[in-house]
Design a protein around this ligand. Structure first.
Ligand code: IPM
Ligand code: MG
Length: 359
């Protein structure tokens, strides 16, 4: 198969980890007779530096012309002084909107090899942690209008608008139910309907959409504050967490960090049609950029997710995931997941081991 992949390395450790994941993809391509054609485009801080905007039009065009988009990370202290409308993050929000990527899939799993790094009490971790946050990605307070900072009677007020149209809720709910069908068949819809009108609508629409899935999918509802607590108290109760953009932003960070392996977790952002966007959950880690220390595994696992979800290459994705497991079983660790008795490896060495295990 021939597939066009648009690389958006971005800032900080982004370029290093994307380069390593590309080595893995090339090896897999050779092995299975696929041709991956890579193009590269600018996003985030680097795009601000070179083009004066975090999301140049050429980047949008290149992404639209590809079969999938593969992103590193954006942002860093260098651009922290900029106002919200021109920050690197605006590039990421813009590409999500431009490609219509309304569904963000963020799995949080505990790798048995890394159980020691889990932040939870051992008896809680022992019950298991294997969930996926399905976060709506192009609506909510992130994009709602009106927004801004204005002066009224000599005092400034800041405001954003938490808004959802029922069709936006319907389509993300269906993604959650479909995802649950391939997992343990449980969806927990998270909102704040005891306070927010928009959440009241969210809950009603999710219940309506559930009608078509009633026979095999169990639906429950939880307020977001309780969900934040339950994630720490007993994450094993969750299979699919369905939620809006801002709650999903917060809960997906929480869900991933409690595994102790933030540097291990991939994500996918999907729209109604190709191309989807695949990226590690972690950020640009400017403090270790350029030092060859970054953990490439989340990006390599994001490449596997791309093969599985965008190209239907199940065997290829399985092979990469197994190679990552074998690398951990061998005892190699980057600094972020290092434990006594293990072997410290840098970005390249870690990838070399993964590539070795593709054989
Ligand atoms: C994420 C990030 C982004 C978000 C930022 C960088 C704009 O936190 O992907 O979760 O808030 O969506
Ligand atoms: Mg976030």
């Amino acid at each position: 198969m021939k597939k066009k992949i648009c690389l958006l390395p971005g800032d900080g450790i982004g370029p290093e980890i994307i380069a390593e994941a590309v080595r893995v993809l090339e090896t897999v391509g050779q092995k299975f007779g696929h041709e991956f054609l890579f193009t590269e485009a600018l996003i985030g801080g680097i795009a601000i530096d070179i083009k004066g905007t975090p999301l140049p039009q050429e980047t949008i065009d290149d992404c639209k012309a590809a079969d999938a988009v593969f992103l590193g990370a954006v942002g860093g202290p260098k651009w922290d002084h900029l106002d919200n409308a021109s920050r690197p993050e605006k590039g990421l929000l813009g590409i999500r909107k431009a490609l219509g990527l309304f569904a963000n899939l963020r799995p949080a799993t505990l790798f048995p090899e890394l159980a020691g790094a889990c932040l939870l009490r051992p008896d809680i971790a022992a019950r298991g942690l294997d969930l996926i946050v399905i976060r709506e990605l192009t609506g909510d307070v992130y994009f709602g209008e009106p927004r801004g900072i204005e002066t009224q009677d000599g005092k400034r007020i800041g405001f954003n608008n938490m808004i959802y149209h029922e069709d936006e809720i319907r389509r993300i709910a269906r993604i959650a139910f479909e995802t649950a069908r391939k997992r343990r068949r449980k969806v927990c819809s998270v909102e704040k309907s005891n306070v927010l009108d928009v959440s009241r609508l969210w809950k009603d629409i999710v219940i309506e959409e559930h009608a078509a899935y009633r026979d095999d999918i169990e639906l429950s509802h939880m307020y977001v504050d309780n969900a934040a607590m339950q994630l720490v108290r007993d994450p094993s109760q969750f299979d699919v967490i369905l939620t809006g953009n801002i709650f999903g932003d917060i809960l997906s960070d929480e869900a991933s960090v409690i595994t102790g392996s933030l540097g291990m977790l991939p994500s996918a952002s999907l729209g109604a049609s190709a191309p989807g966007l695949f990226e590690p959950i972690h950020g640009s880690a400017p403090d270790i950029a350029g030092q060859g220390k970054a953990n490439p595994l989340a990006t390599i696992l994001s490449a596997a997710m791309m093969l599985r979800l965008a190209f239907d290459m199940t065997k290829e994705a399985d092979l990469i995931e197994n190679a990552v497991r074998k690398t951990l079983q061998e005892g190699y660790r980057t600094g972020d997941i290092m434990e006594p008795g293990m072997m410290l490896a840098g970005t390249q060495k870690m990838t070399d081991r993964v590539i070795k295990h593709l054989d």
